[in-house]
Design a protein around this ligand. Structure first.
Ligand code: PGA
Length: 250
């Protein structure tokens, strides 16, 4: 097993964020031209804060980095405050020296999602693939917006969000009816092609999903379980998220 495939449990979400920001900063110091896969959601917010702190203190440079995001809500304009375009600018891009043209996020307003998805896959290939993909996990075991039922071979595509995801994410919207019902998401195969994957999870509402990802049979019931097929996938979680399966972690 590679060192990168370890499963690590840390005390709390701050420690998880510090750890993740160290892994990403190490990646950028080994290769300043890295292609980084990025995630949105509440979990990585603290990791981005730590990365910005490191940037301000001169520990990482993003001037040559290219980034690829996991997903975007379908139907939301990039300027919509709930869009993942907006999220990435607020939490990371506006605070580091990354050129806008080096960032890639699916276009949630495209009228041709099939072409957008195909182009997205081609753009990732043209970048030479993803060196390190930071990802989260949904309380239902989704990765990106690959909901339960997604196949190992899935690629970037338009998907319908599960009721669980809509209700989980409604906390960020004024009302549940405002949550988009569809999204453009990288597929499981897209994610598994990254050279390294760093999954982070914090809080007790992730413990069932982490347990299923690590211990249930690998398959579409828990999309995150497919990560066990990857030779360089690190799970970094806090104590609350590891509660259901402490023995899986060191
Ligand atoms: P969260 O989302 O960080 O907001 O919990 C994670 C995910 O759905 O992948």
């Amino acid at each position: 097993m590679s060192v990168f495939s370890q499963k690590i449990c840390l005390k709390n979400r701050i420690d998880v964020a510090k750890f993740a920001s160290n892994v990403i900063t190490d990646q950028l110091s080994v290769d300043e031209n890295s292609v980084l896969g990025l995630a949105t959601g509440s979990t990585p917010e603290q990791t981005y804060r730590e990365l910005v702190k490191k940037h301000i203190s001169g520990q990482n440079s993003w001037s040559q980095v290219r980034t690829v995001n996991l997903d975007e809500y379908y139907g939301l304009d990039r300027n919509n405050p709930q869009s993942y375009h907006h999220y990435m600018h607020v939490h990371l891009f506006n605070h580091v020296d990354i050129p806008e043209c080096n960032t890639l996020i699916p276009d949630g307003t495209t009228s041709d999602p099939v072409a957008e998805a195909r182009d997205y896959e081609q753009k990732i290939v043209a970048l030479g693939g993803i060196d390190l993909w930071l990802i989260g996990i949904g309380s239902n075991g989704h990765i990106a917006f690959n909901e339960p039922g997604s196949s190992r071979d899935s690629r970037t595509r338009l998907v319908r969000l599960s009721n669980k995801t809509i209700s989980d994410n409604s906390r960020l919207f004024e009302k549940k009816a405002d949550v988009p019902t569809q999204a453009l998401t990288a597929g499981i195969a897209t994610i598994l092609e990254a050279k390294k994957i760093l999954l982070i999870a914090t809080g007790k509402n992730k413990s069932a999903a982490i347990n299923a990802a690590l211990n249930n049979p690998i398959g579409p019931d828990c999309p995150a379980s497919f990560l066990r097929l990857h030779p360089n996938c690190m799970f970094v979680v806090d104590e609350a998220a590891a509660r259901g399966c402490r023995n899986n972690f060191r």
